[in-house]
Design a protein around this ligand. Structure first.
Ligand SMILES: C=C(O[C@@H]1C=C(C(=O)O)C=C[C@H]1O)C(=O)O
Length: 357
């Protein structure tokens, strides 16, 4: 078949796609009206997951799961914008990994607000300046982003969804030679993800590692000082015009970071594949067995705990802790509900949401 005839067929299909997409948008608009009349939330990650699962299951064409997700997540994001344009804050500046994570959920058409610190993202959701906030919570090689974990305790927000992205670092600098570099900027946890590269490249050189609020802020700083460098995303280096000297400098090529999408009073319906996050402030953890007894409640009900992190309570000069705990399942599952009821006084639910992996 000729190129022209193939392209003609593509044009015909595109016309049909556009027509179908407009029909879909019309239905979405009506869903939006229904939601507004009942004050229901617009963003329904569990419904979106259901659609993706169904499409994936019945798919027998060339598109794989990632492709279907990429296309439909964008369609959902455009739909939500039609229902109600919503503002999304993220740890900026532009080009941060958090920005990429935010776009993976909210698409290209949402209104984004880049904020300088994780705390300011929490605060912008708290004050209603934005509807959603995206913050990094943990890296699969280096563990939690403690600032974000501590703010989950301090602030009264809920988790609407999670996102994960692969994280690859570039080494960007305006310096002519490595020996001209006196400072390297990045986020604290990012230095640790690139420790092998840093040890190999700067062994014996006097270079100061300067932690800044985000990796894209690091790129911005490196753009201003030719004797410095940044460990940042390729996108950030390009955005701020800092030449990339090395790529993929992370210790592990399976490096991934997980992000939380925060909102006020957000409640998801069960999707069938959920995760629940809670904060446990157990009474008097000095007594033997307090933590074990709490965990045993999950074990007895065969609920899989996927994460437990202890953080300091910061009560005077003591060494006492609260726990961030995550498990499989939804807070409305009878078993999990039982635990939450037993411990209503010491456990705060942060949310149940669609599990990504
Ligand atoms: C249209 C809806 O609202 C949003 C958009 C969706 C879509 O485009 O299919 C799905 C879920 C919601 O995030 C809905 O809830 O059905």
């Amino acid at each position: 078949m000729s190129l022209e005839s193939l392209r003609n067929q593509i044009d015909t299909l595109d016309d049909q796609l556009l027509n179908l997409l407009n029909q879909r948008m019309e239905l979405v608009r009506r869903v939006g009206e229904l939601k507004r009349s009942t004050n229901a939330v617009i963003y329904r990650p569990e419904r979106e997951k259901q659609i993706l699962d169904r499409l994936h299951e019945q798919n027998n064409g060339l598109l794989n799961r990632e492709a279907i997700e990429a296309i439909f997540l964008e369609i959902f994001a455009v739909s939500r914008n039609l229902e109600l344009p919503e503002r999304v804050a993220y740890l900026g500046p532009e080009g941060s990994f958090t920005h990429q994570a935010a776009e993976s959920r909210f698409g290209a058409m949402s209104t984004y607000v880049a904020l300088p610190t994780i705390r300011s993202v929490f605060e912008s959701v708290e004050t209603g300046r934005v509807r959603f906030g995206v913050v990094p919570i943990e890296n699969n090689q280096e563990g939690v982003v403690s600032e974000a974990v501590d703010l989950l305790l301090e602030k009264d927000l809920t988790i609407a969804a999670e996102a994960q992205i692969p994280v690859h670092f570039t080494f960007a600098t305006k310096a002519e030679n490595l020996t001209d570099i006196t400072h390297i900027y990045s986020k604290d946890i990012a230095f640790r993800q690139c420790s092998k590269f840093l040890n190999d490249s700067f062994d014996g050189l006097k270079v100061e590692q300067v932690p800044v609020e985000s990796t894209s802020k690091a790129a911005k700083m490196a753009a201003q000082n030719p004797n410095s460098a940044a460990l940042c995303s390729t996108i950030a280096a390009k955005l701020f015009g800092v030449p990339i000297l090395f790529g993929n400098i992370e210790d592990s090529n399976l490096n991934r970071t997980r992000f939380l999408i925060l909102a006020k009073d957000f409640v998801n319906q069960p999707s069938g594949r959920d995760k629940t996050t809670m904060i446990a402030r157990l009474p008097n953890t000095d007594r033997p067995g307090v933590l074990a007894e709490f965990l045993q409640e999950f074990n007895l009900r065969r609920i899989n705990i996927t994460k437990i992190e202890s953080r300091p309570l910061r009560e005077g000069a003591t060494f006492r802790y609260w726990f961030l705990l995550e498990c499989e399942g939804h807070a409305t599952d009878p078993d999990l509900q039982e635990i939450l009821n037993h411990h209503a006084a010491e456990v705060k639910l942060l949310g149940s949401y669609v599990r990504v992996s």
